[in-house]
Design a protein around this ligand. Sequence first.
Ligand SMILES: [Zn+2]
Ligand SMILES: [Zn+2]
Ligand SMILES: [Zn+2]
Ligand SMILES: [Zn+2]
Ligand SMILES: [Zn+2]
Length: 350
Amino acid sequence: MDISEAQAINNSTHKLSILPPSDPSTPSGHKNENQKVTIPGPPQEALFLVLAYLPVVELLAMSEVCTSLRDAVNNDILLWLDIIIDRPINWRLSDEILMKITSKANGRLRSLVLINCVKITDEGLQRVVERNHLISKLQVTSCTGLTPEGIVRAVKTLSQYHNSLKSLRIDGIYNFKKENLDILCSLLRMNPEAQKKSQTILYHHYSINSTTSRDKVISDRAIDVDLCPVCNEVRMVFDCSRETCKRKRDQPYSKCRGCSFCIPRCEECGGCVDEEEQEESVCSDILCSQCWLSLPKCSFCNRPYCKRHAYLQCSSSGLAEWICDVCHANTITNSTVTLNRACKVLSLAN
Ligand SMILES: [Zn+2]
Ligand SMILES: [Zn+2]
Ligand SMILES: [Zn+2]
Ligand SMILES: [Zn+2]
Ligand SMILES: [Zn+2]
């Protein structure tokens, strides 16, 4: 970046009125004669272009900045057609707030993604779908306040109008029964047998992704959950990644196809793991022997983390060796105990 470019960026950031006004006084309390007082002006035009790329939480924050941004956010329907509510506001989202947010789409909502929004009830969801018949993607993953009956009712409502619903994500909703799933399949006009053959879901591909981006792994599925062939419960059902098991998949019943409660799988490679083969990890995730061998281990307890939890490794800068958070916590406790003992001994000696 050359000097003129850096200067231009510097000037433009000073013009942004969302920045807090600079304090006219110096730290010592004396006014600095040379310091210019920034007069707030209208937001820079480029800021309005950014709005289309912001998540809901930031759009709401932007609308609090000034009247022109508030009007831009509230009057542009396009910003509200695809609503995703995730952390950090999901646990606060009530039916009333959801209604307010979705009403900004003016009945043209295309996708509604609610992740772990535990306060949302069947009534709240129903009110939203009754006003938005064009929803093509509905995701209510782990919204535990919803019931299977409430979801079936919402999907029924959508199918009565434009029948535009193409994707339904309901993993993490309790008490789903085969009957509920059958109704949903018929409402979405899908054939469950065809779905089974269409796409295999591998556990390690699904588990490493965040809840919002898991959709890529199951993109050509209308409904994410399935009937587990082992326990007959409606859950996420995974195929096996082991080469020897893959060959068996074409047979009518593959022994290791099932939900994560029925078939223990390696966190790293997604292969089924027998109880004797399960190796110990620091994070308590299951690992197969082959993956266990290939992962770096804690210098104290010789246990690895899976790659998803590798950020918990504690290492001194510049050293390749590391210790796990459990051993790290133990070391601190032990040295405190030793120090306390030493202090006691010293005070007795005096
Ligand atoms: Zn199962
Ligand atoms: Zn493995
Ligand atoms: Zn297997
Ligand atoms: Zn350790
Ligand atoms: Zn792990």
